[in-house]
Design a protein around this ligand. Structure first.
Ligand code: SAH
Length: 225
């Protein structure tokens, strides 16, 4: 898989992809994440990527030209399955969207900043809009990192324990059961006996029960389906 991220603030994306699981996925060659600085595609003297809004109003708007030029360049190099604009009013991101996107080969994530991008970008240059929730961030960079993380960890070989992603919340329509590690007794707060019993079938039964209980309590909507 290849993920290209377009931004006017590439530094914001440095750390999320340079540690832990996301870094290892790249080192192993399972995914290529390439961040593009939109300023490099600006044509004006000061390499600005934003301008005042037509009709007035507070806040700068990201110009269409640098975005279009960057997209054109990338599209001559390979075919893209999706060009996604990160947007607070886009389709709400969830595990099933992550699952769907994890099957794509090449995708572009476009990050807005300031007041967002010129509407013509949304009308003509993208395939889809994704929101990570009903709140407004300063820029699309953190949202793009969230989406990329959720997708990349699903790629075969990225997680050490192959079954690990499958037992996470939402994958089987339930949230995850509680987990514990050593010590078995901390200040008198004990780990449930059953988990120390070594009885695999009983343990699995317990985990399923707890997952169900927790789903009923926290995300009853998941059980409706
Ligand atoms: N004026 C816009 C918000 C712009 S926020 C509005 O009211 O809708 C600046 C940028 O941050 C957006 O262009 C988008 O790329 C990103 N962004 C903000 N909140 C987001 C969210 N919840 N999900 C995804 N991207 C978001």
């Amino acid at each position: 898989m290849r993920v290209d991220i377009l931004t006017c603030l590439p530094r914001l994306l440095e750390s999320p992809f340079n540690d832990s699981i996301l870094k290892r996925a790249q080192t192993k060659g399972l995914v290529e994440v390439v961040v593009h600085d939109l300023r490099e595609y600006a044509t004006n003297k000061h390499r600005t990527t934003d301008d005042y809004a037509f009709g007035g109003g507070a806040g700068m708007v990201m110009m269409i030209e640098p975005i279009d030029r960057c997209l054109e360049t990338l599209k001559t190099q390979r075919a893209y399955d999706e060009v996604i604009y990160m947007s607070p009013d886009g389709e709400l991101f969830n595990q099933s969207v992550a699952n769907e996107l994890s099957l794509r080969k090449n995708m572009i994530l476009l990050c807005g900043h300031y007041k967002g991008v010129d509407e013509r970008v949304r009308e003509h240059l993208i395939t889809r809009e994704i929101s990570i929730g009903n709140y407004v961030l300063s820029g699309g960079e953190l949202a793009a990192a969230v989406v990329a993380d959720a997708i990349i960890r699903l790629l075969p070989g990225v997680l050490n324990d192959e079954t690990s992603a499958l037992t996470d919340s939402f994958q089987d329509g339930l949230v995850a059961p509680p987990v514990y590690t050593r010590p078995a007794d901390y200040r008198g707060w004990k780990v449930p006996e059953i988990l120390l019993s070594g009885h695999e079938a009983k343990i699995n039964e317990w985990k399923h029960e707890k997952a169900l209980e927790r789903t009923q309590k926290r995300r009853p909507g998941l059980l409706d389906g």
